[in-house]
Design a binder for this molecule. Structure first.
Ligand SMILES: NC(=O)c1ccc[n+]([C@@H]2O[C@H](COP(=O)([O-])OP(=O)(O)OC[C@H]3O[C@@H](n4cnc5c(N)ncnc54)[C@H](OP(=O)(O)O)[C@@H]3O)[C@@H](O)[C@H]2O)c1
Length: 254
């Protein structure tokens, strides 16, 4: 019988944005399954799993991403799994044409190009592994967010498209690529976005979450970590190229 408790034993994993929120929960889930995990972000956080190796890095440049990839691969002695959760949504309470050019560029940098850069830097290592896989934590796969987050949505849409192409390109090599799209998840980053929106709209958290079909509640990071763990596990060995919605029905059942 398969030992699911230790299904990640021997797996070498890099998790971007693994210092907190969804990335940290995914790191803890894989560590609990026996994986060796390196997490990276610009700074450590109190949520950063103690059993993960933390490396400092900024993915907003090719050099930054390559430095992270090289250090992680050195520490782990190779790489089997990349989970890219780093991202940032800065709400702009204005119309799209008033969002400064610098914000569009910064959003593209962290929400799209960071994923591309870290992927390209680790691909040679992933190609050497057996049954390797990638999961991107994205957003906005269903409906546009609207003006205040349009720059974020456009960058994540680019990431979704990139991931789909990559899945096709890497499929013959047996490397699986999937995307997970979260609904409103209670994390430091998610809370910041929600607080800005609820303050601007003059509504409570309860009113905000009322739009989520599943019990009108926000999701927990662990509820994202579980499907991410499934997708990078050998249990998902025939799944590639999909965007998986983990949203409590938000946007999907509307
Ligand atoms: N929470 C939600 O409701 C929600 C919904 C849809 C999609 N998402 C997506 O899910 C992912 C995780 O979100 P979260 O809610 O867990 O966010 P979070 O709590 O803000 O965590 C984001 C992580 O990304 C890292 N990061 C940000 N900028 C970085 C940079 N330039 N270089 C390296 N690392 C960087 C952060 O660490 P540092 O700041 O220290 O670098 C942190 O570890 C993001 O891609 C987000 O867009 C979240």
């Amino acid at each position: 019988m398969k030992d699911y408790a230790n299904e990640f034993k021997g797996k070498r994993v890099l998790i971007t944005g693994g210092s907190r929120g969804i990335g940290a929960a995914a790191a803890q889930r894989l560590i609990d399954g026996g994986a060796s995990v390196v997490v990276t972000a610009r700074s450590r956080h109190e949520e950063t799993p103690a059993e993960a190796t933390f490396i400092t890095g900024d993915l907003r440049s090719k050099e930054g991403a390559e430095a992270v990839a090289n250090e992680a691969i050195n520490i782990l002695g190779g790489l089997d799994i990349l989970i890219h959760s780093a991202g940032a949504a800065r709400v702009q309470l204005t119309s799209m044409d008033q969002i400064p050019e610098a914000e569009w560029l910064d959003s593209l940098d962290i929400n799209f190009l960071a994923g591309l850069r870290i992927t390209h830097a680790v691909l040679p290592a992933l190609r050497e592994s057996v049954l390797s896989s990638i999961v991107y934590v994205s957003a906005g796969g269903l409906t546009p967010f609207g003006g205040p987050l349009s720059h974020y949505g456009a960058a994540k849409a680019a990431l979704n498209n990139y991931a789909k192409n990559l899945a096709k390109e890497l499929a013959p090599a047996g490397i699986r690529v999937n995307v997970v799209t979260p609904g409103p998840i209670i994390t430091p980053g998610g809370d910041e976005v929600r607080n800005t929106i609820t303050s601007a709209m003059g509504i409570t958290d309860e009113q905000f979450f009322a739009g989520v079909p599943l019990q009108g509640r926000g999701g927990r990071s662990e509820e994202l970590a579980e499907p991410i763990a499934f997708l990078v596990s050998d249990r998902a060995s025939y799944i590639t190229g999909h965007n998986h919605f983990v949203t409590g029905g938000w946007g999907e059942l509307a």
